[in-house]
Every structure is written in C-alpha cells, then in structure tokens.
Design a protein around this ligand. Structure first.
Ligand code: HEM
Length: 450
C-alpha cells in the first residue's frame, strides 16, 4: 500500500479510459454549500452539515455515483461519493506533497479543512520518505494492530490515578477532561516526571494553534519553529530518563524520538472530546450505560484490573461515538501519479477527498445511520468495514488506533465504575436522529455516585 509511485490508480484492471471522458463537476451552488459546511462557525454548522450531506447525495444521484470535482476555497478536489471507490482511495500511497512541504515540520492543511481543528493534522501529511520511516517507528512504538499495548499494565495504573480528576466534581466539562487527559498523555508518552509540566502543555497548544490557522501559518512559521525547538528540547530531557514502558522509552534508538513524541502528545488531543461524547451518548442510553458499567466493574475485579485493557463493549461504544462524530471527518490524498477513477483520468497532484463522516452516516448504505448502535462494532470484521473509517484504512490507517481506544475506553470505565452519567447537555434524543455535530465545548455531564 505504501507502494512506489504508480502510473495509474488501482483501477488498472479496468478498460483503458478514453482520454476525453469529461469529469463530473459540481455547480456553483453545490460548491458553495460544500465550502460552507467546512468554514461556518460552530452554531451554524449543524445546519450547514445537513445541507452538505444533502448536496453530496444529490450529486451522487445526478452523476450515477461517479467522483465529482468540486471547487473549494483552496483549490479543486475530487470528491468520492460512492462506497465502491473507497478501496482504490485506501490503496493510494499516503505521501501528500503540499505546496509548502519543504519544511518537514510544517503542519499541512487539506483543502477547506473544517474548524474546529483536527488535532491530527500535523501528523498525517509528510514527504514520502520521511513518512515511511516515521510509519515504521509509529507502528512499533504504538504497537499498531495489537489490541492491548505491551505497556498496558503501567498505562492502566496512570489512567486510574488521573481519572480521579474527572470525577472530582459533580459536573464534567471539557476543561477538566482536557487537563486529566493531558496529564495522562504526558505520563504515557514521557513518564511520570512530565505529569505536571504545564509549560510544555502551553507550547504544545501554541504548536497546535499554529498548525490550525491556515491563513496565518506562514506568518507564524518562524515563531512556531522556535516553540517547536523548545518543545522537542524539553521532551529530549524527559526522554533521557524516561521509564522503558513509556512511548519515548520504547522509541529509544530510533531516529528523532523527541519529534515523534511531540506528535504523540498532540495526538492525545483526540481523546477528551471523544471521551465526553461517548459518556454523553451513554448518558442518553441508560441500558447501554448499565452494560458498559457492568463490564468496567467486572474487568476491574479480574486479574488486578488487566482486563481494563480490553473492554470490548466500551471500545464498541467509543468506536460508535467516533462513527457519529469522527475526529477526522474528511480523509485526503494528493495523488503522486496519474490515476483513473471510473474511466476518467486525473493528473498527478489531484487532491482526492473521501468525506468519511458523510459515508459513515449515509442512510443509503448504513443502517440506523443517525442512531447510537454500539452493537454494530461487535460483529467480526466490523473494524475492517471500509464504509466506516474512524481510524481510516490502508497505509494511512491510524497506528495509534488501539492505544487511543485503550485510553478512551479505560477512562470511561474509571468514570462509570463509581459514577453514573445521570444527565447531560445538550439533551440527546435516543431514537435519533442524533445531531449532525456535537461540539465538546458545549458538553456538560452530570455525575452521581453509584
Ligand atoms: C480516538 C483516538 C484517535 C483517532 C480517532 C485517530 C484517528 C486517526 C486517523 C483517521 C488517521 C488517518 C488519517 C488519514 O488516513 O489521512 C490517523 C493518523 C495518525 N494517528 Fe491517530 N487517531 C487517534 C489516536 C491516536 C493516538 C493516541 C496516536 C499516538 C499516540 C495517534 C497517532 C497517529 C499518527 C502518527 C497518524 C499518522 C499515520 C501515518 O501518517 O501513517 N493517533 N489517526
């Protein structure tokens, strides 16, 4: 999958395309709705997202499911509207040279990246060779594909301690979740010595900001570089004395462990919002919450709590929350060679966009698309169903998927073992349809003791 550049896409077994087959194109009004869904501020976004989904469905119907070129604010993208094109997308090489890719540390922006920002943005798009090398390190250190990370024992100990902050008050909001997760992340990535390093937390948040404001990115490039240098220097200090079970300890001997650790710390930002959304959804589904709490209690009681690393039901709840509210709602690849999609050829350098959120919630292909149904993730192979991509697929699949699930599910379990989510804001309607977006800033969870 991380193949060398190809002269055609993976559809090479199809009949040769006629060079003059014209591509399908979206009209101006459709393009405007496409852009709006990715740029409007929070309060207007649910409506914009509904209009966006309706537009994509209408385009699919009009063009018989063929990919459609849409003109956005920062260029034209080829949007994949039919699940049958997904396999080819995931087979594309992941390297995505962007116009300003000369600086390997420069965060890269897909076209019209929606706000709120995607904390994974700085992780996923690098020049090819560098990415291949990083991928090897990521796979090994993060134990990609292993359901339970080799450092699960010490990680669960950290999670149990830090989760106490989550239940320290009757109401759980984003600020508290962020702080508990950031401490957890620093201890998992760098070791206990880094737990309270708020200065490092501040630098990371500046780096995140620098990567997420496309317009200001260039202007801020130098300042961000200085912050990046300070951050990696501090990380290197921790790395020198980190316990072997930490991620940076496991990365010892590899190239640039400090740079990698910086990415892992940023990647932990995916957890607080996912945690709050999952708990809010469980609060609205009491029977599901009881099942999850029973699993958490049983796992905590077994073999000193090691089973808290597995938690299949809670992991299914986290996956389902990510299906409804993905961290990365759009996946993007920039082709490295000419590709062919449904008989139409596109030159190298074409931006191809897979609107993952649209597909994951597409009522034409996903049963109960707008309803919380964790059970759909418990059937064998559900994780490989390419219509669902909370962690992507193929060569670009998240190497931290299992670690992210482990941390999020174990934090949920720690909350649910002693507490019940008795209410929450916004109020959700269990039979659905669930809202198109769920801004974690607006989530308030009411916790009561069990
Ligand atoms: C709930 C948590 C998480 C979610 C939903 C998530 C989601 C994703 C997705 C969708 C991608 C691929 C994007 C694409 O195909 O273009 C990705 C990539 C990546 N993720 Fe995660 N992730 C999570 C947690 C983590 C954690 C905890 C780490 C590390 C500590 C991590 C590290 C990475 C890295 C390094 C990449 C880039 C992989 C590459 O370029 O090959 N992720 N993540």
């Amino acid at each position: 999958m991380t193949a060398a550049p190809r002269t055609t896409g993976s559809g090479t077994s199809r009949p040769a395309a006629s060079p003059d087959v014209p591509p399908a194109r979206a009209g101006r009004a459709e393009a405007a709705r496409f852009v709006a869904a990715r740029t409007v501020p929070g309060f207007a976004r649910p409506r914009a997202m509904r209009a966006y989904a309706a537009t994509l469905r209408a385009l699919r119907a009009r063009h018989g499911g063929a990919p459609v070129l849409v003109r956005g604010l920062s260029g034209t993208v080829l949007v994949l509207l039919d699940p049958q094109d997904m396999r080819q997308f995931y087979a594309e090489p992941v390297s995505c040279p962007a116009p300003d890719a000369q600086d390997p540390q420069a965060p890269q922006d897909p076209p019209d990246r929606p706000d709120p920002p995607d904390p994974h943005k700085s992780l996923i798009r690098r020049d090819h060779e560098r990415r291949e090398e990083q991928r090897r390190i990521n796979d090994q250190v993060l134990a990609a594909g292993a359901p339970v990370h080799p450092s699960c024992g010490p990680f669960l100990g950290v999670i149990a301690e830090e989760a106490r902050h989550l239940t320290a008050a009757d109401t759980l909001r984003l600020a508290r979740a962020r702080s508990a997760v950031a401490r957890t992340g620093r201890r998992i990535v760098l070791g206990d010595a880094a737990a309270g390093d708020e200065e490092l937390a501040g630098w990371l948040s500046r780096l995140r900001g620098a990567g997420n404001w496309p317009g200001l990115r260039k202007a801020r490039g130098r300042a961000a570089r200085t912050v990046y240098d300070r951050t990696t220097a501090r990380i290197a200090e921790y790395a020198a004395r980190a316990e072997p079970h930490t991620l940076v300890g496991r990365a010892r001997g590899h190239a640039d462990p400090a740079g990698q650790a910086c990415h892992w710390l940023l990647a932990m930002d995916t957890v607080p919002g996912t945690l709050l959304r999952t708990l809010l959804l469980l609060g609205a589904h009491p029977a599901e919450q009881d099942t999850a709490a029973a699993e958490a209690r049983a796992a905590g009681a077994r073999a000193g709590g090691a089973a808290l690393g597995e938690l299949p039901r809670l992991r299914a709840c986290v996956r389902e929350s990510l299906r409804l509210y993905p961290v990365v709602p759009d996946l993007i690849r920039v082709t490295r060679a000419e590709t062919e999609w449904r008989g139409v050829r596109y030159p190298a350098g074409t931006s191809v966009l897979l609107p993952a959120l649209f597909h994951q919630r597409d009522p034409e292909h996903v049963p109960a698309a707008h309803v919380f149904v964790p059970g759909r993730w418990t059937t064998p192979g559900a994780d490989r169903d390419i219509r669902m991509a909370p962690f992507s697929h193929g060569a670009g699949r998240c190497p931290g998927d299992q670690l992210g699930l482990l941390v999020t599910a174990a934090l949920c379990a720690e909350v649910l073992r002693g507490h019940r989510v008795a209410g929450g804001r916004p109020v959700l309607d269990p039979p659905g349809p669930l809202p198109a977006t769920l801004d974690p800033q607006g989530i308030r969870l009411t916790l009561t003791r069990r």
